[in-house]
Design a protein around this ligand. Structure first.
Ligand code: ATP
Length: 303
């Protein structure tokens, strides 16, 4: 578990993180979202003890990072995948990491197999593609078999196969009861990957909760109805005082659930060809709820 309480970071006059409190639970994948400059990387650095908070604190399984007896056995992180030593082979890099952190060297081959790098383990990291470097970074994060994992933009620059692989890996790690905290700008991907979200803007908390609730909160949960008997249906909905509008030959009903609409249509003798919840996307919800918190709007930036 990760617990941040009133976390604040100032860089001179810049308030990068502002009184931020949130919890990341085990057994779930939690997405960390926010517009550019919102303070995500700064928060991750404070969780990992790289930056000290100006105020507040953040704990991993009940202790600040700097007080952990075995940091790599407690928390693994993928921060900047390109920061691997280019002259070293993947296996040597991981062996060095294991040796300097008092971890068993036999774990190196296990994590190489987990991330699918066994066959290229003797190649120098400088010859690796971005996707291979991401896998190597993840192998390093898994080396200490930690209960908590942090990934900063893990799917940046990856092809669809690599993205799907990372998504499955995160789900599998969460299913083992680990705490997974992952930042990404790819919202459709996060909608599929993260069960929970922490959303920040200008360093402040905007939302903490399930992904489903975040999307539901920002978008009207209309039900889309298609019928060859639209006039009858319209009449029945109007008589009922329902709130609806037409869109592309269908009706979007915003204040009745599917059950009630189905029964109403049945009584009105209207055949239904479609009765489906028109759910909003994470992208729409994100833009709506963080709109106020975007640091520089395009119009301002181009002035
Ligand atoms: N070392 C630093 N010195 C001064 N200002 C910094 C430093 N690191 C971050 N900042 C500022 O703090 C704010 C938050 O930056 P941060 O990189 O944490 O945001 P982010 O949400 O990770 O952004 P992005 O999505 O663009 O990566 C920004 O205004 C940034 O310019």
């Amino acid at each position: 578990m990760i617990e941040a309480a009133r976390l604040t970071k100032r860089y001179g006059d810049v308030l990068a993180v502002d009184d931020l409190s949130f919890t990341v639970s085990p057994g779930r994948v939690t997405g960390f979202l926010g517009p550019n400059g919102a303070g995500k990387s700064t928060t991750m650095r404070m969780i990992l003890g790289v930056d000290a908070p100006s105020e507040g604190h953040v704990e991993i399984d009940g202790r600040p990072y700097r007080e952990l007896d075995h940091p790599l056995r407690t928390v693994g992180a993928l921060l900047d995948a390109s920061a691997r030593h280019p002259g070293r082979t993947a296996r040597d890099h991981l062996r060095w990491l294991a040796a300097t952190n008092d971890l068993p060297v036999k774990r190196v081959d296990e994590v190489l197999a987990m991330v699918g790098l066994t066959s290229v383990a003797k190649k120098r990291a400088g010859q690796y593609s971005l996707g291979m470097l991401q896998r190597l970074g993840i192998a390093g994060a898994l080396l200490g078999d930690p209960r908590v994992l942090l990934f900063d933009e893990p799917v940046n620059g990856l092809d669809p196969e690599g993205i799907a692989w990372i998504r499955q890996l995160m789900h599998a790690l969460a299913a083992e009861g680990r705490t997974i905290f992952v930042s990404s700008h790819l919202l459709p991907e996060m909608a599929q990957t993260a069960q929970d979200l922490v959303v920040i803007g200008k360093g402040k908390l905007i939302y903490q909760g399930t992904t489903e609730e975040f999307i539901a909160r920002a978008t009207d949960n209309a039900v889309r109805v298609r019928s060859p008997h639209l006039p009858e249906l319209r009449e029945a909905l109007t008589a009922r005082g329902a709130n609806f509008r037409e869109e592309g030959g269908a009706l979007l009903v915003s204040d009745m659930d599917s059950d009630a609409i189905g029964e109403l249509a049945f009584r009105a003798g209207a055949t239904l060809h479609e009765l489906s919840p028109a759910r909003g996307s994470l992208e729409t919800a994100f833009l709506q709820l963080t709109g106020e918190a975007v640091e520089y709007h395009a119009t301002e930036a181009t002035r």
